[in-house]
Design a protein. Structure first.
Length: 433
């Protein structure tokens, strides 16, 4: 039953994201006078359809998997009146760009709802160690951080993201902040110390102690622990929440002795032995806000834009980590993995009531919608970004790319994307077993 609910919720979310994406293509195509042969909600056989006076067939199909926008002559060497290819290159670019752009619009609208109800995690300093270089440099509790090591820091999560992507290593830290309406910038070298570490991130909350990241080559990685595993026991002590795990680690710091840990993966408990590694770590000397606070009407608008920017930057930085090898391909999730994440999110949130469950799922939809928008804009053949890239080549060279060559490029890209999809599905299933 739980799996069925997760799949249904996932289908509804994916369906909404794809439908909005296709609606973006549809509405801009119509505005530019392109004939749309069919606009459909869902995929597969039609269960209802109607042809409008404009000639467009509006259909509802049996599978709730998004939708489609079929334009006249879109993939053909067809320049008859009203066809896609009869329009100027700027009109065609606008039509193609509209799909991803509407995903960003959807993310913004959903952010308005979420932030309107639960607020935003404004990036202000919650405490500063008086013996730290940060305090000596002039940072104080209540300072509103605006830039952290070159990264925008309107939200607390933006600071967390920057530390996640570029962990402190003892190099100089640069922080810009606002105090009493005045903006200041400080630089300081953080304190460092050598400690035994296991190389993981986890949820330190009242929810289950889920591992959110395992560093490549770390003690946890070598022990076979995976992102998504839930810690249930450490050295004979039962662990039920992330907060309890955090308190246990503070009371029992990692040392040179092996750590016996039990993790739950797909309902099965696995015993592992962790061998902590001596690591030099840096301490920023301060803590910052990650809690959401209610906002005024203007604040809701402002932080909804910021939320979308944060999600877009998160995707771009994650892609950079993947390309540079900071994240392994095994940590990338495909459709099956995303369904699993949606299911876990629903399971964790439903105990907090219907309203909070809906807001939590909407928050996940914001991330997925922004993700879909960014991924579709990558210059990869068969994606919207690939088509835009070819149009840019046409603009620069002032030569039209023959449709048969363009079609072949997109066909090859489609085959490669399908191969990637097969890999991701296989990888998701392997992690679930």
């Amino acid at each position: 039953m739980q799996t069925a609910i997760s799949i249904i919720i996932a289908l509804l979310i994916f369906g909404l994201l794809v439908l909005i994406h296709e609606f973006g293509h549809f509405i801009v195509a119509k505005k530019n006078g392109v004939v749309v042969n069919e606009f459909s909600i869902g995929m597969g056989p039609r269960i209802f359809s109607r042809v409008a006076k404009s000639g467009t067939r509006y259909s509802v199909k049996i599978l709730p998997l998004g939708g489609s926008c079929a334009m006249l002559g879109e993939d053909e060497d067809n320049e008859e009146e009203g066809s896609f290819n009869s329009k100027s290159i700027w009109a065609r670019m606008a039509i193609i760009f509209a799909g991803p752009f509407f995903n960003f619009i959807l993310a913004f609208v959903l952010a308005l709802v979420v932030i309107g109800f639960v607020g935003a995690d404004i990036s202000y300093v919650t405490s500063v160690d008086e013996n730290s270089p940060a305090y000596e440099a002039g940072l104080r509790t209540g300072d509103r951080i605006t830039n952290y090591n070159g990264a925008h820091a309107t939200l607390g999560r933006e600071i967390y993201l920057e530390d996640y992507v570029n962990p402190l290593d003892g190099s100089e830290i640069s922080i810009s902040f606002v105090r009493d309406g005045e903006e200041k910038t400080i630089r300081y070298t953080p304190d460092t110390e050598k400690k035994y570490m296991v190389g993981m991130n986890y949820t330190a909350s009242d929810a289950q102690a889920e591992i959110t990241k395992v560093n490549n080559g770390s003690a946890m990685d070598e022990a076979g622990v995976q992102s998504g595993d839930v810690v249930t026991e450490i050295d004979g002590t039962k662990i039920t929440t992330g907060k309890q795990m955090s308190e246990y680690i503070v009371a029992h710091p990692f040392g040179d002795k092996d750590v016996n840990m039990t993790v739950k993966r797909n309902g099965k408990e696995i015993d592992v032995v962790i061998k902590p590694q001596m690591t030099e770590i840096a301490d920023s000397g301060f803590t910052y806000n990650l809690g959401r606070e209610k906002q005024s009407f203007g604040g809701i608008i402002k932080y909804s834009f910021t939320e979308v920017r944060y999600e877009i930057v998160s995707v771009l930085k994650s892609l950079k980590m993947l390309v540079t090898g900071k994240v392994s391909a095994n940590e990338v999730s495909g459709p099956v993995g995303i369904v699993d994440v949606i299911g876990d999110t629903y399971t964790s949130a439903k105990s907090e009531g219907v309203a909070m469950t809906i807001l939590t799922l909407l928050n996940l939809a914001i991330m997925l919608s922004a993700n879909l928008g960014v991924m579709n804009l990558l210059p990869i053949p068969a994606l919207d970004g690939g088509r835009l890239f070819l149009y840019l080549i046409e603009i620069v060279t002032r030569r039209t790319i023959p449709k048969e060559k363009e079609g072949m490029i997109h066909f090859i890209g489609f085959i490669l994307l399908m191969a990637l999809m097969v890999f991701l599905v296989f990888n998701d299933i392997r992690k679930l077993i």
